[in-house]
Design a protein around this ligand. Sequence first.
Ligand code: PXP
Length: 237
Amino acid sequence: MTRLSVNLNKVALIRNARGGNIPDLIEVAKDCERFGAEGITVHPRPDQRHVRYDDLAPLKQIVSTEFNIEGNPTPEFLTIVCDIKPHQCTLVPDAPDALTSDAGWNTVKHGDFLRDVIDRLHAAGIRTSLFVDPDHIMLDGAKEVGTDRIEFYTGPYAHQFVSNPQSAIQPFSEAAKHADQLGLGVNAGHDLNLHNLRFFNQNLPNLLEVSIGHALISDALYFGLQNVIQMYKQCLV
Ligand code: PXP
């Protein structure tokens, strides 16, 4: 069974729009778990326009499933994450002003840097995942630097799925097999939604976890959070 981790960045974005505490991120996280989410993901960005660094400790206290913090491992990010100790840290090479993550790591070029970061996270008892494109050389590099898992950047899959699902999935199912042979756990995320998720999951038998934010929170406007979490989970069975 593939686990559904709900990314709460868009909930924080709505909260931040008014400067108060509506919606309350902590209550939403608890409710997501009550409604069936198997993990909570947050992606604090340096400008803190979504989830803020000061949200992390209260979230860690209440998340009872799996807490996943994503982000670019700046010195500030790493210090906070090693202190909070989430179950998993997903390393993402997004620029400080990026609208959203839009590419995986070059695990060869940044190998020495990533190895140091991963060693530090492991020393703090945190499982690591590296955001990558479905590229065998990048997966070999991910193995070299010692990560436990990789997370496929699925934006290109979602984009191409609309016109040609078969060719959209092909690089991901091949790369997932390669990751399996290397002993890397496989997560995935970005632009996954109620239309493209089932097909993705069916074609990656070793998929461990998906983290989904934008589409899931948008669907919740129509169907409600409780229904939507169940609808996404139905795509993962
Ligand atoms: N994975 C990573 C590394 C991300 O940066 C994001 C967006 O914050 C997601 C997954 C979730 O993407 P989406 O919001 O499109 O579901």
